[in-house]
Design a protein around this ligand. Structure first.
Ligand code: ADP
Ligand code: MG
Length: 615
């Protein structure tokens, strides 16, 4: 057991004396749970007599107060528009991505613009999937804090192997919003393999199939484990196939084989809720018994194991087809698979186990509770990160993007957030004024498009650039982050070899709370930021058009007729006015107009120059 140091005088926990506590979280579509390793042994955190599973459901009451878990699940059918389930399915998705999913959701998702990330509407309020997931994570965090009577600040969170970068990023952000420092995002199948003790020996070289059948999703992953590193070779599955479908099949069977009718069920939500609960009970019970009898609203209902298996056979066969495809994509044959790992509550169904085992021609690993196996693996990963399991190299990542200010106050990101540390990136810049001798380099951290909204880390001046026309100097700016997270920024003008540098240590001076606020701001302001960036870019373009147009006018005045000269003077006035305005489209329009007008004139001028040179 962990010892808890208490400062008796102040009646407080002596946090400095606490060994670092890092929790492992399985943030599931249907259920979530937390595990912690103590003395290298992982265990699920739960109250006495409870499973520790927290349904991944959030209920917003009329005051928009939040309930998470079992209490929220009770409202699922009674208050469908205020009870949000499957938030995980929305992570990192735009409205367009969800076209086919919408029909499966009982709550409302909002279309802001097609490419923008979705939001969920509850009453008059809008919630991002990140906020929703963070509600679940907060509930898990407080639950653990209450049970262990100590604060929790750090976590490892698992995600499906098929999650892309933005879905992983969204999961990280949800953790931050919940006040958790997310030390690592781990693939669910990798976590499950860790829980089975795989990956501990250096010499190990194994092919692993992880079969995960949860409440609403199925996925299978083929992993290759070599010298402690897991590589996902392929994934396959069905995002709308799981234990819920088994429950639905039972309800359908009951409506066909009792005095209950389908119409009755359809219009009576309370009855449907009761039936759902009974169907799930029947299913769970049939994992161990041969028959299940019950009564709902005075109607007796029953189902045998044989009947249940007939109902779900087709669904189970579909998962086996996915296994076949996954093997094919990984270019691995069945007999090359060394371990088959069962994950997810629905793999308790005997027919599922038998079918998987028959397909691979091998016993499956099902000793560890399939509900817990992912969380337990996350706890092992957390234990490794806490340094309690020796001999494993850790790679860190940058929490926020790093970049410099460019013309018009725009943020130009050089090292994006979540880059591995150590890391080095170089980008080339130039001057914007003729004969410019000094270049100011201001370093910022953050995700917003305008530097004024980001955090300034420092600035320095590259001086002594020899006089050259604007655009000619080549200035390389390099960002180098060493293994300790110290950022070194170097600037070098290549033509003259002028150089200077700046060391910034304050990368981690920022608190988790500040980071969460910054991230949230960038999400909330994405649209206005994009507009502001668009306007600034148009103004920059307008200004450079002005410069060249004025120069052209000076050089060619004498060759142009009166009308042409007047047109150009007007263009200059118009553009000047528009640049001071707020409409980027007007600026772009004017630039286009000027281009069309001046193109033939520029060609004539060019011909003149060439002729002059020849004669
Ligand atoms: P997810 O990964 O999607 O969050 P879980 O792994 O928690 O989901 O699986 C939940 C599903 O497992 C539910 O459909 C639940 O009914 C089902 N389940 C749990 N226990 C059993 C059991 N003993 N037999 C059959 N199904 C079960
Ligand atoms: Mg799961």
């Amino acid at each position: 057991m962990a010892k808890i140091p208490i400062l008796i005088k102040e009646g407080k926990i002596d946090e400095s004396a606490l060994e670092e506590l890092i929790i492992g979280i399985d943030l599931g579509t249907t259920n979530s749970l937390v595990a912690i390793a103590t003395d290298n042994v992982p265990a699920v955190i739960k109250a006495d007599g409870k499973s520790g599973l927290v349904p991944s459901i959030i209920y917003f009451d009329l005051e928009n107060e939040i309930k998470v878990g079992d209490e929220a699940k009770e409202q699922l059918l009674l208050k469908p528009d205020r009870t949000i389930y499957s938030a995980k399915r929305l992570m990192g998705k735009s409205y367009n991505d969800l076209n086919e999913m919408k029909q499966h959701l009982a709550y409302e998702i909002i279309e802001t613009s097609e490419e923008e990330l979705v939001k969920v509407r509850v009453g008059e309020k809008f919630y991002t999937p990140i906020e929703l997931s963070s509600n679940i994570l907060s509930a898990l965090k407080s639950k653990v804090e209450n049970l262990l009577k100590r604060p929790v600040k750090k976590a490892v969170i698992t995600v499906p192997a098929y999650f892309n970068d933005s879905q992983r990023q969204a999961t990280r952000d949800a953790g931050k919003l919940a006040g958790l420092e997310v030390l690592r995002i781990v693939n669910e199948p990798t976590a499950a393999s860790l829980a089975y003790g795989l990956g501990k020996e250096d010499e190990e070289d194994k092919m692993i199939a992880v079969y995960d059948l949860g409440g609403g999703t199925f996925d299978v992953s083929i992993l290759n484990l070599q010298s402690g590193i897991f590589e996902v070779l392929s994934t396959n599955g069905d995002t709308f196939l799981g234990g819920d479908d088994f429950d639905q099949a039972i309800i359908k069977y009951w409506t066909e084989n009792s005095s209950l009718t389908f119409e009755q069920v359809k219009k009576d939500k309370t009855l449907t809720q009761k039936l759902r609960i009974e169907a799930e009970k029947a299913k769970v019970s049939l994992s161990n018994e041969n028959v299940y009898n019950t009564e709902v609203d005075g109607i007796s209902l029953s189902i045998t194991k044989d009947q249940f298996e007939k109902l779900i056979k087709e669904l189970v066969d579909k998962t086996i087809e996915s296994c076949e495809s996954a093997l094919k994509d990984a270019d691995v044959s069945k007999d090359q698979i060394d371990e088959i790992i069962m994950v997810g509550g629905s793999t308790r169904v005997p027919l599922v186990k038998q079918s998987v085992s028959a397909f691979f021609g091998k016993e499956v690993n099902d000793k560890i509770d399939p509900d817990q196996v992912v969380a337990l693996g996350a706890a092992i990963q957390a234990d490794i990160l806490a340094g309690n399991q020796k001999g494993i190299l850790l790679l860190d990542i940058t929490p926020l993007s790093l970049g410099i200010e460019t013309v018009g106050g725009l943020m130009d990101t050089i090292i994006p957030r979540n880059s591995k540390v150590p890391s080095k990136q170089t980008r080339q810049y130039t001057t914007s004024i003729d004969g410019q001798a000094n270049l100011k380099i201001t370093v910022y951290q953050g995700e917003r498009d305008l530097v004024q909204h980001n955090r300034k880390l420092g600035e320095f001046i590259l001086s002594g650039i020899p006089p050259m026309p604007a655009g000619l100097p080549k200035v390389d700016i390099s960002f180098i982050i060493d293994a300790d997270g110290v950022l070194l920024v170097k600037a070098k003008e290549l033509r003259s070899d002028t150089k200077t540098s700046l060391k910034i240590k304050s990368q981690y001076g920022i608190s988790e709370e500040e980071m969460a606020i910054m991230l949230m701001d960038s999400i909330k302001n994405a649209k206005s930021d994009m507009e502001a960036r668009g306007l600034l870019e148009a103004r920059n373009e307008g200004n450079s058009m002005l410069k060249s147009l004025e120069k052209f006018h000076r050089d060619n005045k004498d060759y142009l007729n009166e009308d042409q000269n007047l047109m150009i003077t007007n263009f200059i006035d118009d553009l000047n006015g528009l640049i001071k305005g707020e409409d980027k489209n007007l600026i772009h329009g004017k630039i286009k107009e000027i281009n069309t007008f001046t193109e033939p004139l520029a060609n004539e001028a060019l011909t003149r120059i060439v002729k002059n040179e020849i004669s």
